[in-house]
Structures are given as C-alpha cells and as structure tokens.
Write a protein of this length. Structure first.
Length: 83
C-alpha cells in the first residue's frame, strides 16, 4: 500500500486516464437501459430537491429568528430612550 501511495503519476497521464475513464463511462451509460438511467437520475434529483428544501427551511428559520432578535433589540432601545 505504501509503495502504491509513493508512485508519482505525471499530470499528462492523469488527464489521459481521466479522458479514457470518461469515454468508457459514457459508453456504459449509453448501453444502459433508459429506464434504469431515468430512475437513477430521478433519485438524484429527488435527493437534490430534499437537500434544497431543507436548506430553504433552515434559512427561513434563521431569518425569522434574526427578525425576532432585531425586534427585541429595537424594543429595548426604544424603552431605554423613553425612560
């Protein structure tokens, strides 16, 4: 394992391997059953949607919390100046 980690691979070779991998992966995807491909893509999109909805909920909660805090701060300042 240590020897494998110590092997230096030139950048040109890495780019070549990457291109070969992408070509191979693309040909595999084209041979794949369209239904399987669409189901996988659908799952990926559903996961992305769920993640974005959670992010939206978190941001909405943060916004409401900060608005309440700002309102409380404003009320305190107003109370101090009216004394």
């Amino acid at each position: 394992m240590e020897q494998a980690c110590n092997i230096k691979v030139p950048t040109k070779k890495l780019k070549k391997f990457e291109k070969e991998y992408q070509t191979l992966r693309e040909s595999q995807l084209q041979q794949e059953d369209p239904i399987d491909r669409y189901q996988r893509e659908n799952r990926r999109l559903q996961e992305a949607t769920m993640r974005l909805e959670q992010e939206n909920d978190d941001l909405a909660h943060e916004l409401v919390t900060s608005k309440i805090a700002l309102r409380n701060d404003l009320d305190q300042v107003t109370t101090i100046f009216h004394m």
